[in-house]
Ligand binder design. Structure first.
Ligand code: GDP
Length: 365
């Protein structure tokens, strides 16, 4: 499964946020294929469509899909030089598919800030620079290797070399690989280099509990937004402390709490949704009387691959899928009515599954 890593300088609220994630905890028994690791927190993906389908089908059980966050504590200045546990943290970032960078936007005199004062942009730059330096190091190695191979007229190295040069120049200018303009071929090569700064990134502005309702007027948040706009990154605003408190509440209490605070959507819900879209993920549903369930797939995946999300046997033995769009099913009111209206399609191996498709897979065992 794809996972997002939570990074940030010390004392910005990472552990608080991660606690909220693990406390909100998905029911582990439902997700046997998720990673079991104290540094991995599994959250359910909120989806109103699932509630609606449950109403419609009245199943014995409803199971949301889940998403994994990895806690990557401890990035500090100098991490790329292997100071302290720096290298270990960077290697953990290498394993995640997207980066959620928590940025401190709350002033609190009781809580030490590692660099002395609250300055979100300076903080972001420290983290991004460490990532760039780590990438620079791997690029330098590749450049030396490619130079040798180019002399031997190695085709791959000839294609790779200009990409490496482009990356080096960008890194020297403090630019992340993610924001370089590549041609399609170049991008394919760059993606194969396992770089840190090419991973999609989301900034998580952590504001104080007093300011969350009026975050648009928070100067720090504004700074983060301006910064992120320049490299096309998304920003969400949360109060990690509130999320931690809220994680223990029941759904109804949660809604009341949010209303009191004047917040539309919990930070955790925003975080999950933003990570989902960052990774190009989408949801399809299965809707049987035993179980109505949401499943995560990557946009562009075909029906057999999507069946494989449930079980590898489903993919191997895939015959076809009976498919109805969520909107059509809701409009018709029942599967039988949807069938009668000709809204249920028979789709084969080449079908590209869409967000919201309700699927029934037919397969050989
Ligand atoms: P980490 O080092 O990034 O994991 O930071 P922690 O999560 O341990 O947070 C550092 C300190 O900041 C703790 O004392 C938290 O209680 C506090 N903190 C975290 N988030 C918030 C917040 O949203 N508001 C306030 N006032 N304090 C926070």
């Amino acid at each position: 499964a794809l996972t997002a890593g939570i990074v940030g300088l010390p004392n910005v609220g990472k552990s608080t946020l991660f606690n909220a994630i693990t406390k909100a905890g998905a029911e582990a028994a439902n997700y046997p294929f998720c990673t079991i690791d104290p540094n991995v927190g599994i959250v359910e993906v909120p989806d109103e469509r699932l509630d609606k389908l449950t109403e419609l089908v009245d199943p014995k059980k409803t199971v949301p899909t889940a998403f994994e966050f990895t806690d990557i504590a401890g990035i500090v200045e100098g991490a790329s030089k292997g100071e302290g546990l720096g290298n270990k943290f960077l290697s953990h970032i290498r394993e995640v598919d997207a980066i959620c960078q928590v940025v401190r936007c709350f002033a609190d005199d009781n809580i030490t800030h590692v660099t002395g004062k609250v300055d979100p942009i300076a903080d972001i730059e420290v983290i991004n620079l460490e990532l760039i330096l780590a990438d620079m190091e791997s690029i330098e190695k590749r450049i030396a290797r490619a130079a040798k191979l180019v002399k031997q007229k190695d085709k791959d190295a000839v294609a790779e070399e200009p990409v490496l040069m482009k990356l080096r120049e960008a890194f020297e200018n403090g630019q992340l690989a993610r924001s370089i303009e590549f041609t399609e071929d170049e991008l394919r090569i760059a993606k194969g280099l396992n770089l840190l700064t090419i991973k999609p990134m989301l900034y998580v502005a952590n504001v104080s509990e007093d300011e969350i309702a009026d975050a648009d007027n928070n100067e720090y948040v504004q700074q983060v937004r301006d910064f992120a706009a320049k490299d096309n990154a998304d920003v969400i605003v949360i109060c990690a402390k509130i999320e931690e408190e809220m994680a223990e509440l029941e759904d109804e209490e949660k809604e009341m709490f949010l209303e009191e605070l004047g917040i539309k959507e919990s930070g955790l819900d925003q975080l999950v949704k933003a990570s989902y879209s960052l990774l190009g993920l989408a949801t399809y549903f299965t809707a049987g009387v035993q179980e109505v369930r949401a499943w995560t797939f990557k946009k562009g995946m075909k029906a057999p691959q999507c069946a494989g999300v449930i079980h590898s046997d489903f993919e191997r033995g895939f015959i076809r899928a009976e498919t109805v769009a969520y909107e059509d099913l809701v409009e018709m009111g029942s599967m039988a009515a949807a069938k009668e209206a000709g809204k249920v399609r028979q789709e084969g191996k080449e079908y590209i599954v869409k967000d919201g498709d309700v699927m029934l897979f037919r397969f050989n065992v």
